[in-house]
Each structure stands twice: as C-alpha cells, then as structure tokens.
Design a binder for this molecule. Structure first.
Ligand code: NAP
Length: 306
C-alpha cells in the first residue's frame, strides 16, 4: 500500500515526487511509456529558470529524478493499463502488477503527434521540433517550416517568423482548421509562405541534421523540395489519458479537467502537467502544477488518516 502513487515521470510527475518525498510520503513513480516525458526528447532548454546557460532536456530530467530519489521516491518502469478509482485504496494496474494507493497523482503528460515518417524521431532536437517556444530561438536567421493547418500551426508560424529568415507553412489541404483570425494574421505576415496542399514525404538530412523537406502536391502528385534548417511539426498533441476515460472528467480532446487547483471529481486523485493543460505546456508550468498536486495530496492524506 502506497501513500502516494504518481503516474508519469516528466517534469510534473518528478516535481510532485520531490515534494511528496520531502513530505515523507515515500511516493511510487510509475514511469510510463515515455520516461522523462517530452523534455527527454528535446535538446537545449533555455527558458527553465535557474539555468542562465541553458541545460539539456534529458539532463534536467535526470537531475529532477535524482533529487526525488534522494528524498526517498521509488521508481517503477511500465505503463498504466487500468485504474480502479471507485473506492480507496485506488488500484493501478501496470503489466501484471497491481499497485494500491491512498492517493493518486496523474501526471501522464501529452505526446506531440509526429508525421510518422521514417527517421523522424531520430531528428528530434536535430532540426526537428514539436515546440516553437522551446526551440525557435535556435533558428535565428534560418529558413524553417511549420507543418499543420490548425491554430497551433498558425500560432507557431507567427511566433517563429520573428526568428526565421523565411517560414514555409506546409499543410496537406487548402482548407484550414485554424480560426480565421489566426489564418489572416499568418497570411499578412510577409515572411510566411503558404505551401498547400502539400504532404511531407520525407524530412531530408545531412550528417544527422535536418536540411530540407521533400513534398508532393496532394492533388497533382507534383514533387517539391525545399531546403531549410528546421521543421516544426504542429499537428496536435494527444493527452495520455486513455486509462482514465469514464473515470475522471475530461474535455472533448481527452484533456483531464481540474476542479480547483489539482483536484478532480474523485477525492484523493490529483492531476498535474500536460495531461490537464493544452494551453501553457511548458516545463516550468508542468513543474509548478506537479508541486500543487503533491501539496494537495499531502493535505488530503492529512485529513483522511483512515
Ligand atoms: P488541430 O486543430 O487538431 O489541427 C491539427 C492540424 O494538423 C490539422 O490541420 C490537421 O490536418 C493536421 N494534421 C493532423 N495529422 C496530420 C498528419 N499526420 N499529417 C499532416 N497533417 C496533419 O490541432 P492544434 O492546432 O494543435 O489545436 C488543438 C486545439 O487547441 C484546437 O481546438 C485549437 O483551436 C486549440 N488551440 C488554440 C490556440 C489559440 O486559440 N491561440 C492555439 C493553439 C491551439 P487536417 O485539417 O487536414 O486534418
């Protein structure tokens, strides 16, 4: 029986683990299918407070993990397949193991969608990114592309145009999901060229670094190659909330909904990080919400000593 089980080992989960461990709650962290979360897939992080020279994403995560372990957090590999939140102790299934918890922090994160192209994952942090706020700065004065046709793609294109020498907005259709105001803003931006309807067939690279994209026009099949230094894939995120469907409140996109702070409709279950945040999605906001969830769990355990 664990006092606190934390699902997820990204920024939110690890911060929750540090706080819960320092509160003598000996948390168990279930690492999930992407241990370390999205930070483990990035290179330099320059906007996490406290690191004036920046820090590598995997190093930041490793530091947080060590910090949590130092205070007594325990880690187990594996993804949660099922949870029973109908009564306490909660039951959490990972593979053949079932863990019991007096309180639960869900910090399972969200995964950025990728295009599904060969070699794409290996290029993350090497010219391919899923986060404009994190990586835009590295492409000052360089030609880059944003792939996608939703609000995220428009927002990232506008944001990145302040760094890029030229920005190609590549979308597979001529119609956009993005709101009109966001499209108009991007169209009025002299640095942005709309490349539609084009599908990305390949992300080209040389010596392991992105140096272009190979596209085809989706109606005529005509090929086009564009030389560039960076590709930002902005085709949406999927919150890792499948195991909580029908058990915790979520919006139509699967993001968990907090009632107040990190509290959910199930007393003793708290949520933190990107699994409940489609707006800010930053390491520092995830860490902040992880801290909130740990404090809320501590207060809950204090009030429910049964
Ligand atoms: P989204 O609205 O679902 O748009 C995803 C886009 O990616 C679509 O244009 C889609 O193309 C394209 N796409 C999906 N899979 C693809 C693939 N395999 N290959 C190529 N293209 C692919 O996602 P989002 O833009 O991340 O927005 C998510 C939600 O957050 C939306 O409700 C949005 O309004 C909101 N949001 C709001 C703001 C804001 O208001 N400031 C900013 C960001 C996000 P198709 O259209 O052809 O399917």
């Amino acid at each position: 029986m664990h006092k606190v089980v934390i699902i997820g080992s990204g920024c939110a989960g690890l911060t929750a683990a540090i706080y819960a461990a320092r509160a003598n709650l000996s948390p168990l962290v279930l690492e999930g299918h992407e241990p370390g979360g999205q930070l483990s897939l990035t290179t330099h992080v320059e906007n996490f407070p406290g690191f004036p020279e920046g820090i590598l994403g995997p190093e930041l995560i490793e530091n947080m993990r060590k910090q949590a372990q130092k205070f007594g957090a325990e880690f187990k590999a594996g993804s949660v397949s099922e949870v029973d939140l109908t009564k306490r102790p909660f039951k959490i299934k990972v593979g053949n193991e079932v863990y019991e918890a007096k309180s639960l922090i869900v910090a399972a994160g969200a995964s950025a969608r990728l295009l599904g192209l060969k070699g794409e994952k290996e290029l993350i942090g090497r010219g391919l990114s899923t986060c404009a706020t994190c990586d835009g700065y590295f492409f000052r004065g360089k030609p880059i592309a944003v792939v996608g046709g939703g609000d995220s793609a428009m927002e990232e294109a506008n944001f990145l145009s302040r760094y890029a020498s030229k920005l190609y907005l590549i979308h597979r259709r001529n119609e956009f999901r993005a709101s009109k105001i966001m499209i108009d803003r991007a169209k009025a931006n002299g640095k942005i060229e709309f490349v539609t309807p084009y599908v990305v067939d390949e992300i080209l690279s040389s010596e392991g670094l992105v140096n272009g994209v190979l596209l085809h026009q989706s109606q005529t099949g005509q090929k086009r190659e564009i030389a560039l230094d960076g590709v930002f894939v902005a085709i949406g995120h999927d919150p890792n909330s499948m195991a909580f469907r029908g058990k915790l409140e979520m919006d139509e996109n699967g993001y968990l909904i907090a009632r107040h702070g990190s509290l959910t409709g199930v007393p003793g279950v708290f949520i933190a990080g990107d699994v409940q945040d489609h707006r800010y999605r930053q390491a520092v906001t995830a860490a902040g919400s992880g801290c909130m969830a740990a404090i809320d769990a501590e207060k809950f355990l204090e009030e429910h000593k049964d």
